[in-house]
Design a protein around this ligand. Structure first.
Ligand code: MLT
Length: 213
């Protein structure tokens, strides 16, 4: 379905069949990706659920991202904060425009997309019903602790990831757990790239969490 003008380029795929009652998935691509990239992943993780997939609005040497960075792993925190609120507002409007119902979306983010999904959890905890974070870092330390009780989070981490390091994974998991989220960290013997093992583990977790039928 073509997107309407909600301030982001995005793809929306309506729910089909038995998945009509399940929460929609919010797909957030990595640096250099776009709104098309993660649609196959969303379909593999949760066949038939509604998919909302925006394109990040920041360009770094022509590559779309969800917020500015000053260097690898060094984030422009003012931009990150503003972009997180902008994305949260887009999600709210898109839910209304596309009639997505009461269930809050489940974010599925990879790398830069996982980082903005984590920022959504920390700065706008009312927006997401859960999240799958592949290769995420600590995006920001929130000034006030969010209330994430009842929000399940899966973190897919690579033991040899030189960007989202194991230490970053553990700090992020502790931050989310401290805010009340139910966090499961799944380690794979891999680097920053996504593997079939990550996807299979996330799929199992989504089923266990009741997010897919
Ligand atoms: C980021 O900038 O969000 C992370 O370093 C991941 C990346 O996009 O490479």
């Amino acid at each position: 379905m073509p997107s309407v003008d909600l301030g982001f380029e995005y793809r929306f795929v309506p729910a089909a069949g038995a998945a009509a009652g399940a929460p929609p998935f919010l797909l957030l691509h990595g640096t250099g990706g776009d709104e098309h990239d993660l649609l196959p992943l969303g379909q593999a993780l949760a066949p038939g659920v509604a998919l909302l997939s925006p394109r990040g609005k920041v360009l770094e040497n022509g590559m779309p991202r969800f917020f500015r960075r000053l260097a690898e792993g060094v984030f422009d925190l003012r931009d990150l904060e503003a972009r997180t609120h902008e994305l949260a507002d887009f999600i709210k409007t898109a839910r209304e425009v596309h009639g997505l119902g009461d269930a809050r979306p489940i974010a599925v983010g990879f790398s830069n997309g996982a980082n903005i999904a984590a920022a959504l959890l920390l700065l706008r905890p009312e927006v997401l019903g859960g999240a799958v974070l592949f290769r995420a870092m600590v995006p920001i330390e929130p000034a006030t602790q969010p209330d994430l009780r009842g929000v399940p989070v899966f973190i897919g981490a690579g033991r040899r990831d030189g960007i989202a390091s194991p230490g970053q994974t553990e700090t992020l998991a502790a931050l989310l757990e401290g805010a009340g989220a139910g966090v499961e960290v799944h380690w794979v013997d891999a680097g920053h790239g996504l593997t079939a093992t990550d996807v299979a583990a996330a799929k199992t977790w989504l089923g266990r969490s009741g997010f897919v039928l």
